[in-house]
Design a protein around this ligand. Sequence first.
Ligand code: ADP
Length: 211
Amino acid sequence: MSEFIVGLTGGIGSGKSTVAKLFNELGIDIINADVIAREVVAKGTPALQQIAEKFGSTILTSEQELDRRALRNIVFTDESAKSWLNNLLHPLIREGMIQQTQAAKSQYCILEIPLLVENGLQALVNRVLVVDCPESKQVQRTQERDQAEEAQIKSIMQSQCNRETRLQHADDVIDNSGDIEHLKQQVERLHEQYLLQTVHTESQLSHNSVN
Ligand code: ADP
């Protein structure tokens, strides 16, 4: 079980998934909040049933799965619907993150939460690791990855917290303004640091349990 949890965050296109993959190649378990957010409303879950009861079956596809676009259209214009949905989903996602970090087997684990700072989830992790790069690179890389419009990417960036605010919450920062090799070197350095901190946390834990 991993006692030490590193929260990995950053804006859209900053390089979170790329960084997570590099840590994973070093043997570290990755837990992804977006994956959990999909799992809690997967076909047949109690949460999906509650959502369908609240908003009607128009939010279900013919396969009885969540029609994300239909639900987004409802909550986009209806603040009370949005808070109802958040009140339902946030505790479930939080519970899923706690369970999956507790089940992690590597010496420490990475919990990838795109909106960690926005949702004030710092208490779930031992350290906050921010992947940072200039906004122009976020836009350019996301455009290449998703074939999306620049305006659409910028509006997502607007809905996320700004670079300075995110950096204020960082314990560690990865600078992703360079190439992948530069990224890899930083990940390897942090990996060594986290392994040492893990040992420190374990000795603190056993010390605390003795006293
Ligand atoms: P996020 O998960 O934060 O949205 P990604 O890790 O998916 O970001 O990175 C966005 C895109 O940019 C991906 O296509 C990724 O392969 C690419 N990318 C990430 N870091 C670099 C880099 N240092 N150099 C070039 N391309 C990169």
